[in-house]
Write a protein that binds this ligand. Sequence first.
Ligand SMILES: Cc1ncc(C[n+]2csc(CCOP(=O)(O)OP(=O)(O)O)c2C)c(N)n1
Ligand SMILES: [Mg+2]
Length: 515
Amino acid sequence: MTGAEIILETAADAGVEICFANPGTTELPLIAALDRVKSIRPVLGLFEGVCTGAADGYARMKQKPALTLLHLGPGLANGIANLHNAKRAQSPMLNIIGQHATWHINADPPLNMDIASLARTVSDWCKQSESVEALSRDTAEGLAASLYGQISTLIVPADHQWTEYKSDKITLPEFTFDKADQGVIANARKLLEKAKKPALILGGRALRKPGLTAAAEIQAKTGCDLLMITFPAYFDSGEGLPILKRIPYFPGQAQTLLDNYDTLILAGAKEPVAFFGYPNGKSSLLNDQQHRFRIDTGKQDVAAILEELAWALDAVAGKSNPTLAKYTLPKLPSGKLNAEKICATIAALQPEHCIVVDEGILSTIPYYSYAPFLKPYSQLNLTGGAIGQGMPLALGAALAYPDKKVINIEADGSAMYTVQALWSQAREKVDVITVICSNRKYFIIELECMIAGYNSLGSEARALMNLSNPVLNWVALSRGMGVPAASVTTAEELIREFEVALKESGPHLIEAILE
Ligand SMILES: Cc1ncc(C[n+]2csc(CCOP(=O)(O)OP(=O)(O)O)c2C)c(N)n1
Ligand SMILES: [Mg+2]
């Protein structure tokens, strides 16, 4: 068995099913090993940002480690933006990065660079293998570290990959999150009992069904509001779950919401801060009078902590909770499209248990007024603010759950960063419906300019926000990568095309042209 084979064998034993890959000559033994270790399915991305984004989507859905295979420093560099998003999403992931043969590095060949320094900016665990005999342990350690919801990166020189491996295979130890702190739970209980107007801010794993169910019980008992962070990696939503208010993106709106509360209990969430610093702005969205208290460390099981807090509050009623969301079918719109109508159409037509990926930027803001009242579904969002995530994320989510429809609501500017994901969607025949919100501009930058007081921008400045010269031909781009596509301008056309896409299997793209 080669070093490359033991890496894949160790990963396969740990439950890894897919390798999101864009390899090169320093990964040849790993390419060959994928032929031998059949339980790992290779998925080719035509840009490394597609591989890392797809791995993130898979990891968020499966909550188990996703594997990428990338080529040297430049390959990693191309994948960094979506690794940054994955790190912010606390997605378990192991990157295997090929390195030059150990004896060749000092010759400084053209592709040589400091891979580890680059990797550390996005990795919680990072190692360059020191011998072929360490490869199974290195792989197991990297995977084990990722289980907390972290990024691990293992850099493997080509000679370690091709050399024969003679040691034993290492099995991952049983994983458990760090133990809950009873003192913290008692403090949270006291704060909630004392507060006049409390809220829980939920993020991370607290936004999955078990955490939401416990939060709903706490809400029913204490009367606290439930808020969610602005860009959650994942949340369960719909009928039977509590109704959460999303903290708005713009700091003024966020502060208006948060000012309502005297006490904020943070569960799987950091203290809320403004996305950017503005002239005369401030970082924190909370004021000095507000009590704030985090109940988990990020390495603990926050859903279990919420459950313990519910017990401590004597909030576990076990009977039906009247505050939970009830299903309301959104009305289908008509006429020329705008963002509100795109969101209403998708909300009205999306099937139960689907996966919605939101990288609609300004166009998806209206969607959140429907989200709590739909049939149960899962939603994935852009987490780290590095755009170009939606299409790969949708690919990975669809590979994780081939039986579910994935609906990717995608802004046109963001879509262009990793548009190659469409080719992988076609090749892997995944059920992804991409709706491009085609406003033909970087609308949010335009809006941010207006808010910042740059009201009379000239043609040079405007050129940096305008995507209409030339107009992107979405139908041609999509068909060119093997994904059937249509372009629509009215709600009636969008409804028709969306219904066709829902009925057929395989990927589809619909360009929704906005007024
Ligand atoms: C990797 C990366 N590059 C650039 C940006 C800056 N940026 C934020 S939003 C945006 C454009 C958004 O345009 P679009 O995706 O069309 O959404 P819209 O604002 O039109 O709704 C850009 C360039 C970013 N966030 N991430
Ligand atoms: Mg746009």
